[in-house]
Each structure stands twice: as structure tokens, then as C-alpha cells.
Design a protein around this ligand. Structure first.
Ligand SMILES: [Zn+2]
Length: 339
């Protein structure tokens, strides 16, 4: 073999090894940091029950038999290479799949809880297809304008001003995003927070700036709940917002300090005083929208990590307060929240 051929075959071998390694870290998933015994199963649905369906991340569909609305409505799952190096846009086939798996035709509202791609990216298309009013920050409104959603379907939320959606009263409370422990990621994802002009797509993942971060307090004649999508908090921000059920974002929590986890718990569970906690946003951002939910991919795990700490933390909290039940939601299935 000539030396040129040797160089070429060595390079080809190296590239194969790199490609295999990349495919491995992108497509091998860790176990989700929740207890499998927490998972709820669909029960008998009575007329007028309030139900929830979970698609993964913070996408939650609520339905009382008369009115349906969704948090985030995110079904696209760009891959790790697109996220790191390329541009992304709503995945129409995934949106078809997600809407159909949730049996969604019409929606009253779609409410992204902040403007990062994994919350707000698909919301304008979901609003277009379902007639929903898109409610969010000015940054989310600019994602919608870039996507061509009619201004009549966009409502900019006002901090702590209740919004009536059928019999649901939804109060957006401005809060803080999860503080990434990786300083580079922290700077990239959270600095320069606003999207000030209509966002053209495809766009880089980081062009979906965070915007304002909301916690949602929901009250309904059947019950009350709070949704904290991102594991961040504002001191005393939820003071006075009690609820029966707390949907609690736990993504990245294990990568934080013990003190951060305890402070987060005090400012969410401590303020809301729920009797039921439903962890959310613990699944991979890149695994398929169909099939079972996966824990973070190895690539995501290297960035955030701490899955064992998250699970241990939750299990310790469960053991320390028997008055609170811990539950997780199966993907897409209709679960009775309040009969
Ligand atoms: Zn985010």
C-alpha cells in the first residue's frame, strides 16, 4: 500500500470512529431520574373531570370537557448536531404526531412558559392549527410574528394578571430560569434575554432567547395547580399562590449545589404547599416524539448530569413528608387530575 493510501484509510477509520462516537452520545439515553412506581395510569373519567395529558418536557394539555388548553405545545425534537451547529425550525411531522397523539383538534390557548426553543418553538404553529390564542412574553410574541401567526391570535401576558380561559383562571407569575451550572451554557442561554424583532426561521437554537420566564398558577372549580417548568425561582415569588398539585420542573436540578436544590424546594413546594407533586421536564430534548419518553441522552448528560442526585433528592423529599404524594405522567395518556 502506498503511503497516500495508508493516510486515506487511517483518516477513514478515524472518521468512522468519531461518527460512531457521536451517534452513541446522541442516541444512547440515561434512565430518567424518577421512580417508576410513581407513574399514574388512566382511570375512569367522569363527566366534568379535569384531565391532563403529558407529551414530555413541559408540554401539558388540560381539559375539563368544555375547554382545552396547552402549556408549550412543543413536539419538535431537533437532534444534538442541529442544536449545537445548525439551525432549527418547527418539525411539521412531529407536530402532526403530537397533536394526534393528544387527540387535539381545537384549543382555547397555548401558553409557552418561556421562549427557549423547547418551550416556544412550535406554539405559533399549534395556535395556527387549533385556533388557539397564543399567550406569552413579548419575546414569544416575536417568535409567533416571525412564523406569521395573526396578531389577533397573540396576547402578551401581564405579570400576575389572571387570564380566564373557560373556567380555568391562569395567572402567569414572572420568575427565573434554571441557573445552568455550566458557566458557558449559562452565558449562552440566559444573557441578552429578549427577542426584540420577529424571529425568522430556521434559526439557531440560541436565537430562541429565554424571554420572560413564567410560573403558571391555575385555579378551576375542581382544583388548583401550579406549573414550574424551569427549575429556577425568585425569592418569595410564589408567596400566596397555594395549590393542591405542583407540576415541578426538575431538569438539571442534580447538577446544582445541595443548597440550590433546597432553596428551590423551599421556594416552590414550601410556598405552594401541594399535596401532590408531579415532576416534569426530566426527559431528553432530542429523543423521538413517538415511543416511550427517554431520560437525557449521553450528550445532554455530559452538559448537565447529576441524574442520580436528582432522583435521590426527590426520594428523600418523598420519605420526609408522607402527606405529599409523588406521581409521574405516562406519555400522551389522559389522566384524571380532578374527578
Ligand atoms: Zn429554558
Amino acid at each position: 500500500m502506498s503511503w497516500q493510501r495508508k493516510v486515506i484509510s487511517t483518516l477513514a477509520l478515524l472518521m468512522t470512529i468519531i461518527a460512531t462516537g457521536l451517534a452513541y452520545v446522541m442516541n444512547v439515553y440515561k434512565t430518567a431520574p424518577v421512580n417508576p412506581t410513581w407513574e399514574l395510569s388512566p382511570g375512569n373519567k367522569t363527566a366534568g373531570a379535569v384531565t391532563v395529558r403529558y407529551s414530555g418536557t413541559a408540554t401539558l394539555l388540560f381539559d375539563d370537557g368544555k375547554t382545552r388548553w396547552i402549556v408549550d405545545g412543543w413536539f419538535s425534537r431537533p437532534n444534538a448536531l442541529q442544536l449545537a451547529l445548525g439551525k432549527i425550525e418547527p418539525n411539521m411531522a412531529n407536530i402532526d404526531y403530537g397533536l394526534s397523539a393528544n387527540k387535539i383538534d381545537m384549543l382555547a390557548a397555548v401558553i409557552p412558559i418561556h421562549s427557549h426553543f423547547d418551550h416556544a418553538m412550535d406554539a405559533p404553529e399549534v395556535a395556527k392549527r387549533t385556533g388557539a390564542l397564543l399567550i406569552g412574553s413579548e419575546s414569544t410574541a416575536n417568535i409567533a410574528r416571525g412564523w406569521g401567526l395573526s396578531e389577533s391570535q397573540i396576547k402578551v401576558a401581564v405579570n400576575r394578571e389572571p387570564i380566564h380561559v373557560g373556567e380555568f383562571v391562569i395567572t402567569p407569575i414572572e420568575s427565573r430560569h434554571f441557573e445552568f451550572s455550566n458557566p458557558v451554557l449559562h452565558e449562552q442561554a440566559l444573557s441578552n434575554p429578549k427577542i426584540t424583532t420577529p424571529l425568522n426561521t430556521p434559526a439557531k437554537a440560541l436565537d430562541y432567547r429565554v424571554g420572560k420566564v413564567y410560573v403558571l398558577h391555575v385555579s378551576h372549580p375542581k382544583g388548583s395547580w401550579v406549573i414550574v417548568g424551569s427549575a429556577g425561582f425568585e425569592k418569595d415569588g410564589l408567596n400566596g399562590f397555594q395549590a393542591d398539585t405542583l407540576f415541578l420542573g426538575i431538569g438539571g436540578l442534580g447538577s446544582q449545589t445541595v443548597q440550590y436544590r433546597e432553596d428551590y424546594w423551599a421556594e416552590t413546594v414550601g410556598q405552594v404547599s401541594p399535596n401532590r407533586i408531579i415532576p416534569i421536564h426530566y426527559d431528553s430534548l432530542t429523543s423521538p416524539i413517538s415511543g416511550p419518553m427517554q431520560g437525557p441522552s449521553l450528550a445532554e448528560f455530559f452538559l448537565a448530569g447529576g441524574l442520580d442526585s436528582t432522583k435521590t433528592f426527590l426520594q428523600e423529599k418523598e420519605a420526609s413528608d408522607p402527606t405529599i404524594s409523588f406521581n409521574t405522567l405516562p406519555r400522551f395518556k389522559e389522566i384524571v387530575l380532578y374527578p
